[in-house]
Design a binder for this molecule. Structure first.
Ligand code: AMP
Ligand code: MN
Ligand code: MN
Ligand code: MN
Length: 287
């Protein structure tokens, strides 16, 4: 098992599809020895204020982040914005547009589930009305109602592309997300590059377009990525002139395979995305 790292630039709270409140995420990160943490909820910055308050109390340096669902050439890509100004009007307006897409999708997923004989999902729709509704919320609903025996099974049987409750979403174009992140003073990072199931040819196209549109980094070490995939991602960073980022993609303690700060360190050959950040956001040497 890799040694705990003291920087983690990708995780989720109850502001999107995590199970811990923002304060609890920060507290857990502190307990895990994380010194620099970015909270990167899906299409929202709503958890950042509470996270910043907790971080100030607990001695954690909190980086304002967000993970934006985007489309490029019909493919869904997740773009993490790091060190963004959470009050940026353009960013907030863009995130609200993605949230509206999520609300609309949630209504349609709920309809499809009813058609598939699953009971109504009013609590998930209530959530949708409040803000960020994710497929994870539906997965947990299906699990809690006993329709499936694990949340993963909910994705496999209902929620994945091609399954009964799949609904296509016209997410924000990738270029727009990059523009908004940059206008908010942040650095754009392509999240989990090996999670898209793309061929090498497509990945090269994506990374070229991402770089040309102002993307600055790629996640090299995310979650419990194995050594071979890390090598592939290192190759992406070096070949396409991108900096490296590291993040657990923690969603909650229910998943024992993913823990805050438990990430393979960035190899010295790859420039870190945090290299240009202010001194207080530089991670101290791991010890
Ligand atoms: P959404 O952005 O609403 O489409 O939801 C995507 C979220 O669902 C991701 O951020 C993951 O947390 C989770 N997810 C996506 N695909 C799967 C899968 N195959 N199995 C389990 N969780 C998944
Ligand atoms: Mn998620
Ligand atoms: Mn993601
Ligand atoms: Mn994520």
């Amino acid at each position: 098992m890799p040694s705990p790292l003291n920087i983690d630039l990708h995780c989720h709270s109850t502001a999107s599809d995590g199970t811990l409140a923002p304060e609890a995420v920060v507290r857990r990160a502190a307990e895990q020895g994380v010194k620099v943490l970015a909270l990167t909820d899906h299409d929202t910055v709503a958890g950042l204020e509470a996270a910043h308050d907790a971080a100030a109390r607990l001695g954690v340096e909190l980086v304002s982040g967000v993970e934006i669902s985007t489309l490029w050439q019909g493919r869904e890509l997740h773009v993490v914005g790091l060190n963004v100004d959470p009050g940026s009007p353009g960013l907030l307006a863009g995130l609200e547009r993605n949230q509206a897409r999520r609300r609309e999708r949630a209504e349609r997923i709920a309809e499809k589930l009813v058609q598939a004989g699953v009971p109504d999902a009013p609590d998930v729709l209530l959530r949708a009305a409040e803000g960020v509704a994710t497929r994870t919320h539906f997965a947990r609903f299906l699990y809690e109602r006993g329709v499936v025996s694990t949340a993963q099974q909910a994705f496999d049987r209902y929620l994945k592309r091609g399954k009964r409750a799949w609904v296509n979403v016209d997410w924000m174009p990738m270029d727009e997300a990059l523009t908004l992140i940059r206008a908010a003073g942040g650095n754009a990072v392509l999240a989990h590059p090996l999670a898209y199931g793309m061929t090498g040819v497509w990945m090269r196209r994506v990374l070229t377009a991402f770089r040309e549109a102002g993307g600055e980094g790629v996640e090299v070490c995310c979650g419990n990525t194995g050594p071979q995939r890390i090598q592939t991602a290192i190759g992406y960073a070096l070949r396409f002139g991108l900096k490296g980022s590291v993040g657990s993609d923690f969603h909650g303690p229910e998943n024992p395979w993913i823990e805050l700060g438990r990430i393979t360190p960035l190899p010295p050959t790859v420039g870190p995305i945090w290299s240009g950040w202010p001194a207080h956001l530089q991670p101290p040497p791991a010890g």
